[in-house]
Design a protein. Structure first.
Length: 63
């Protein structure tokens, strides 16, 4: 994927991963508990970036 200057600037402003666009869907947003996200990111992984142990979590849907 080739980005023009305006697209690069927008990704720098709001973040994101251009290589995921058009292939994956954002389905949620963390509104609190970012420390939990950091813990999930820190788990040990095996090949394919799969966690060595499953990470189970409770999810609450807020309108």
């Amino acid at each position: 994927m080739t980005l023009n200057e305006a697209q690069r600037k927008k990704y720098l402003e709001v973040g994101g991963a251009p290589f995921l666009d058009m292939d994956y869907t954002v389905y949620g947003e963390v509104v609190e508990g970012l420390d939990v996200v950091d813990k999930v990111c820190a788990v040990q992984t095996a090949s394919g970036d799969r966690p060595l142990e499953d990470v189970k979590m409770k999810v609450r849907i807020v309108d």
